[in-house]
Design a protein around this ligand. Structure first.
Ligand code: ZN
Length: 317
């Protein structure tokens, strides 16, 4: 690479209306409401205007439907990598048996290929859920990387907020006992690395030192309170990452470009009152701020580049 800027990445998790409702405990999710016919062209436009080749992590149950398969083809046709985001998007995946986790990976893999995209080689767990079993299954299947870890201490707070605001049965609460992970996650590395299972791991970047989130939905929440503070916060994150030699992995969701008119069922979700065109402009600013400091790629290219750089720096035995 001739560019002098360090490598970073930006990716989308293509979470759908039904998957948000499911995590929220709303039984309406079973009708599988979708906004993909609105979200897909908007993300394609956003990535095009940003001049980015990105990665879109797709849910298998969507890739198996017409609008999800269309989305897979649209992103692949734009040169974007398609990643595996599990089949049923259940952020309590770490509670499942190995067979059930394997089915989550394999059904999604098959649906993405059937929709017409190249076979995925990257995985991101729903709600940052991951486990040693999951990593082993990915290694066995020849996946190149996992992008599920989220090095922050904020998981238990996010879970407490979720329990306060969602209507959940006792069983749903038990399922969500580890939702968004524990505070120990703050100790996980921020840089791409090889995990104990041997798979390459690309963490979702959090603010260096403070280990608080900087992904799109969190920024949007700040933006809804104060656009100025949101810009200052993200600029600080970019500068800290650059100063500490951390290639950012920025995560966006469709809701970062949609508003309550696009998705009335998601009114409970933070930031949905900000008009979509304003979100689009803010996320373009976020992307441009990253691009000033980094060469922004998709997640696979990011992780391969980072590990290659690491091995070329390794001492000769
Ligand atoms: Zn997701």
């Amino acid at each position: 690479m001739t560019d002098h800027r360090p490598v970073a990445s930006l990716s989308f998790d293509l979470d759908n209306v039904w998957s948000f409702l499911k995590t929220h405990g709303d039984p309406e999710w079973e009708t599988r409401p979708s906004y993909l016919t609105t979200a897909t062209p908007r993300i394609v436009e956003f990535l095009g205007e940003s001049g980015l080749r990105s990665t879109v992590f797709v849910i298998g149950a969507d890739a198996d439907r017409d609008d999800g398969a269309e989305a897979v083809r649209a992103f692949a046709a734009g040169g974007h990598e398609i990643g595996n985001h599990s089949y049923e998007h259940e952020p309590w995946l770490q509670r499942y048996s190995a067979d059930r986790v394997a089915a989550e990976i394999d059904r999604t893999h098959a649906a993405i290929v059937a929709a017409g995209a190249p076979a995925p080689t990257g995985f991101r767990g729903p709600g940052y859920s991951t486990s040693a079993t999951l990593e082993r299954l990915l290694v066995e299947r020849g996946y190149a990387y996992d992008a599920s870890t989220f090095p922050t201490w904020i998981g238990p707070l996010a879970r407490a907020h979720h329990f306060r605001t969602a209507t959940l049965t006792a069983e749903q609460r038990a399922d969500r006992g580890q939702l968004f992970g524990g505070a120990h996650q703050a100790l996980l590395p921020l840089r791409p690395h090889r995990s104990a299972s041997g798979i390459a791991e690309l963490p979702v970047t959090t603010m260096p030192l403070l280990r608080i989130p900087i992904h799109g939905s969190y920024l949007m929440q700040l933006y809804a309170v104060s656009p100025r503070v949101a810009r200052l916060y993200f600029s600080t994150a970019v500068r800290l990452c650059r100063a500490r030699g951390i290639g950012m992995t920025m995560l966006l969701h469709p809701t970062d470009l949609l508003d309550r008119r696009d998705a009335p069922a998601l009114d409970f979700f933070p930031g949905m009152g900000v008009p979509a065109r304003e979100k689009f402009a803010f996320m373009r600013w976020v992307t441009a701020a990253m691009q000033r400091h980094f060469t922004v790629l998709g997640t696979r290219d990011h992780v391969l580049h980072a590990l290659e750089a690491e091995s070329s720096c390794a001492p000769v035995p």
